[in-house]
Design a protein around this ligand. Structure first.
Ligand SMILES: [Fe+2]
Ligand SMILES: [Fe+2]
Length: 170
C-alpha cells in the first residue's frame, strides 16, 4: 500500500545541505590544487593554481563563518559531483603526462571545478537573500567573486598559451 509521508523540509534545510555540499567540495579542491600546480608545465599555471589554493583556504574560513551565523557546526556532506570532476582531472594528469596538451587539459578540469562552484554560490546567495540571512550574503558573494576571477584567468591562460601549445606535436 502506498503511503504518503508529509515532508516538512523547507528552503532552510536546502540552504544548510547545499552549504555542507560546497564546504565538502572546497576542502577537496584545497587538496587537489597543489597536485595540479605540481603537474602544470607552465610557470604561470603553477602560480595560478597555488594562488587559488590560498584563496580556497580563505573561502573555507568564510563558509565556517556562515555555519556560525546559522548556529550550526561546520560539517561537510559528501559531494559526488566534485569527486567526479576531480577524478576526471586526475585522469587527464595521467593520460597527458609529458604531452604538450597537458596544461590545456588541466585548465579544462579547473574550469569545470570553477563552474561547479559558481553554480553553487549563485544558488546559495539567492537562497540566503530569500531567507533574510543578510550577513551570509557578502561572505558567499566574496567567494563567488574569487571563483569568477579564477575562471577568467584560466580562460586567458588557455587562450594566450596552453591551447596553442597543445595543438603542436611534441
Ligand atoms: Fe572555491
Ligand atoms: Fe575555485
Amino acid at each position: 500500500m502506498a503511503t504518503t509521508k508529509t515532508n516538512t523540509k523547507t528552503l532552510d534545510d536546502l540552504f544548510l545541505d547545499t552549504l555542507k555540499d560546497i564546504y565538502f567540495a572546497e576542502k577537496q579542491i584545497l587538496k587537489a590544487l597543489p597536485k595540479m600546480a605540481r603537474a602544470a608545465q607552465s610557470e604561470e599555471g603553477k602560480a595560478g593554481f597555488l594562488q587559488h589554493r590560498d584563496e580556497t583556504q580563505g573561502q573555507i574560513e568564510r563558509l565556517e563563518q556562515v555555519f556560525e551565523l546559522l548556529g550550526k557546526p561546520a560539517r561537510g556532506k559528501t559531494c559526488e559531483a566534485i569527486q567526479g570532476i576531480i577524478s576526471e582531472g586526475e585522469e587527464i594528469m595521467e593520460e597527458f603526462k609529458g604531452s604538450p596538451a597537458l596544461d590545456a587539459g588541466l585548465i579544462s578540469s579547473a574550469q569545470a571545478v570553477e563552474h561547479y562552484e559558481i553554480a553553487r554560490y549563485g544558488t546559495l546567495i539567492a537562497w540566503a537573500t530569500q531567507l533574510g540571512l543578510k550577513d551570509a550574503v557578502p561572505l558567499l558573494q566574496a567567494n563567488l567573486e574569487e571563483e569568477e576571477a579564477t575562471d577568467q584567468k584560466l580562460t586567458q591562460l588557455a587562450e594566450t598559451a596552453a591551447n596553442a601549445k597543445g595543438a603542436k606535436a611534441a
